[in-house]
Design a protein around this ligand. Structure first.
Ligand SMILES: Nc1ncnc2c1ncn2[C@@H]1O[C@H](COP(=O)(O)OP(=O)(O)O)[C@@H](O)[C@H]1O
Ligand SMILES: [Mg+2]
Length: 332
């Protein structure tokens, strides 16, 4: 059995671009612009990048609720992309997604129990006794009292809401879960408990996880490997330790430098100011990062770098990674 459970190759997702009633069509945004990655059985793979870089769209496309415009997705070696939406979701029912906005993911008019039960009904788990048993088990697994099932979303704290959204997805017995910003909007103390719970559950249920976050410290703590995303592309992917101890891509370096506590021995004042990323409707030619890169040269403007192996277990897309000194980058 291959150790790869989910394989994504050259995935591209276009958003928007619909023709409006009056006026010209707006150009679509290439929110996912050629992503390749492989999820290994049982691992937690982090996807991290600034807001708007396409993390959520990548998750939704892998899930199959957002249609890919190019590329291939394989689940256990079987192609599950290029299908009409309903079939795509059916083929990928082993993949489930936990929404980044826990409150928005639940129907405000439904009790928590009803929301959870509905998830089972939709997925054809029809016997009442079976549903109740599963719900009870799952609420307990996420550390919630069964009585909480009678409450409504607005009666729950942020941490409880997170637990409910986790339960709602895990009750479907997926093999792969995509967690989208699972700690956004939570206090640090609640965040720590939720992360501990997520880790325990993923381990106990032997799940594979794509863990989306913009928070480097959370990713460092949770993930086995990390992919760094920039304007719809993966610029570097490596084992977590490798990535944090010796970042290679100039963007990874800048990101880590902007969060100086993460890099041992690094000068707190060395973090270069990043500014805003370019708009996804106006991506620079060649390397998408070149306009913010301290190391860009002519070739960076003319040729898009491919994601290529850069030492054991690491891939990087940068024309210049070999020439950039190994020390953490500092602003000139
Ligand atoms: N419906 C849409 N139409 C056009 N562009 C969109 C739409 N939804 C999101 N986008 C754009 O796609 C890009 C990726 O968004 P998203 O996947 O939500 O990023 P992230 O989750 O990393 O913050 C952003 O630039 C966003 O503005
Ligand atoms: Mg998002």
């Amino acid at each position: 059995m291959s150790d790869v459970i989910l394989d994504v190759e050259g995935l591209e997702t276009l958003l928007g671009g619909e023709r409006r009633l009056l006026g010209a069509a707006r150009p679509p945004v290439r929110a996912v612009a050629g992503v390749s990655l492989a999820l290994r059985r049982g691992e937690i793979l982090g996807v991290v990048g600034e807001s708007g870089c396409g993390k959520t769209t990548l998750g939704r496309t892998i899930l199959g609720i957002q249609r890919e415009s190019a590329g291939t997705i394989r689940l256990d070696g079987r192609v599950v992309s290029g299908l009409p939406p309903r079939e795509a979701r059916r083929a990928r029912h082993d993949v489930q997604y936990v929404h980044q906005d826990a409150a928005a993911a639940l129907d405000p008019w439904w009790s928590v129990g009803r929301s959870l039960e509905e998830a089972l009904l939709i997925n054809g788990i029809g016997r009442r006794a079976e549903r109740e048993a599963r719900l009870g088990r799952m609420l307990a697994a996420v550390g919630l009292e069964p009585a909480l099932g009678r409450r409504y979303p607005h009666e729950l704290s942020g941490g409880q809401l997170r637990r409910v959204t986790l339960a709602r997805v895990l009750v479907l017995a997926p093999r792969i879960v995509i967690l989208d910003e699972p700690t956004s909007g939570l206090d640090l103390s609640v965040q720590a408990t939720v992360l501990r719970l997520v880790r325990e559950l993923l381990g106990e249920l032997r799940l594979t996880c794509l863990f989306i976050s913009h928070d480097l410290s959370v990713v460092r703590q949770m993930c086995d490997r990390v992919a760094i995303m920039y304007l719809g592309r993966i610029v570097e992917l490596a084992a977590t330790r490798q990535l944090f101890e010796a970042p290679v891509h100039p963007y990874t370096r800048v990101l880590l430098a902007a969060a100086p506590r993460l890099v041992a021995g690094q000068d707190l004042h060395a973090a270069p100011i990043l500014g805003e990323p370019p708009s996804p409707t106006a991506v620079p030619s060649g390397c998408a990062f070149r306009t913010r890169c301290l190391h860009a040269v002519d070739v960076c403007a003319t040729r898009e770098p491919a994601l290529e192996p850069a030492g054991a277990g690491r891939t990087v897309s940068c024309h210049r990674w070999r020439e950039i000194p190994a020390a953490p980058v500092t602003a000139d």
